[in-house]
Design a protein around this ligand. Structure first.
Ligand code: F6P
Length: 357
């Protein structure tokens, strides 16, 4: 008999349910008797002992369902060791609930912040197995996170739609893509939709270079330009500021986001009509794409195998198309960013895409 606690933490994404289903199907298929404690709304459920008892049936029919059947919330790592509003020690509470329920392990699905807390729980002596979710694809130790490909599909679709209207009106269009502090989603959606300019957090842009690309297109007879801007994109001037100075600048909130700042600068310097579209949380919603369904199921199967083998302290991930086990201690606290001199960036440049650098 195995007693498993399961939770999904941080921003949701597609294929969370598919991944949990993969874990449970693998355990069920092994004929091992299991009790599943589904903690509600991420770490909050574990802290405050809020859970539901689940069986294999609860995971049936959810392969294609977006969101998470367990609910999720953000429980920032930087405050996880601080007491809550009522003075409760959150880490101690999680350990207490784990031991009270006599769990054999926790199955935790999450991104960067979630993995830092998962690793802390491992260091505190709890058995933990994790699965990498996030549309940002910024988790170290895995070539891909589930949710990413589904979000690429949606962001690509949004830019595709903008393409036709931009062409009709001869406008410059900016589409702002999610991804937090990394550019994976923007880079992939931008390339997939034929964006002319892609601005990423990892490659600070020079607005004059962005304008030069628009003018180059004008001269070549292209009436419109599509710019895919990562929500975390940053100008060369801002990248040169200290953290404190940059924070101060953002606090002034002259523009709702970097895309509006880029739009205003282009408009002012060229007199061109610029429009901004922000697909936002749409990128995290809806049904997982087929790739994510397969990928999350594979990760779930390997996580289930780890539990059956009683091997804990690992994240399951993808390396060179194979599912691998990565020590949690290696994953926690590291960000996987787009390398400015990576082959994909070089290839994009060969295609004529400008990064504004
Ligand atoms: O981490 C996933 C993500 O969607 C990021 O791309 C984005 O910056 C952030 O979450 C948005 O967070 P929230 O859902 O809390 O607004």
């Amino acid at each position: 008999m195995k007693r498993i606690g399961m939770l999904t933490s941080g921003g949701d994404c597609q294929a969370l349910n598919a991944a949990m289903r993969g874990v449970v199907k693998t355990l069920d298929h092994s004929k091992e008797e299991v009790e599943i404690y589904g903690f509600l709304d991420g770490y909050k459920g574990l802290i405050y002992g809020k859970f539901v008892m689940l069986t294999g049936k609860d995971f049936s029919g959810i392969l294609t369902k977006g969101g998470t059947i367990l609910g999720t919330s953000r429980t920032p790592f930087k405050t996880i060791q601080d007491p809550d509003a009522n003075g409760l020690d959150k880490v101690a509470a999680m350990k207490q609930n784990y031991h009270k329920l006599q769990l054999d392990c926790l199955v935790i699905l999450g991104g960067n912040g979630t993995h830092k807390t998962a690793n802390l729980l491992r260091e505190e002596g709890l058995n933990v197995v994790t699965l990498p979710k996030t549309i940002d694809n910024d988790l170290w130790g895995t070539d891909m996170t589930f949710g990413f490909q589904s979000a690429v599909d949606i962001a690509t679709g949004a830019i595709d739609c903008i393409h036709t209207t931009a062409a009709s009106h001869g406008r410059v269009f900016i589409v702002e893509v999610m991804g937090h502090k990394v550019g994976w989603l923007t880079l992939n959606a931008g390339m997939a939709s034929g964006a002319d300019i892609i601005l990423l957090p990892e490659i600070p842009y020079d607005i004059d270079k962005v304008i030069a690309k628009i003018e180059e297109r004008d001269k070549a007879g292209s009436r419109f330009t599509i710019i895919a801007v990562a929500e975390g994109a940053i100008s060369k001037e801002d990248a040169a500021l200290s953290k404190k100075e940059y924070k101060k600048k953002l606090e002034k909130k002259v523009y709702p986001s970097v895309s509006y700042e880029v739009a205003a600068a282009i408009q002012e310097k060229t007199g061109r009509e610029v429009r901004v579209t922000v697909p936002g949380h749409m990128q995290r919603g809806g049904s997982p794409c087929p790739y994510d369904r397969v990928f999350a199921s594979r990760l779930g199967a390997e996580a289930g195998k780890l539990i059956l083998e009683e091997k804990y302290g690992f994240m399951v991930g993808l390396k060179n198309q194979e599912i691998v086990r990565v020590p949690l201690a290696d994953v926690a606290g590291k960000l996987k960013m787009v390398e400015p001199d990576s082959t994909i960036v070089k290839e994009a440049k060969l295609l004529g895409i400008s990064f504004g650098d």
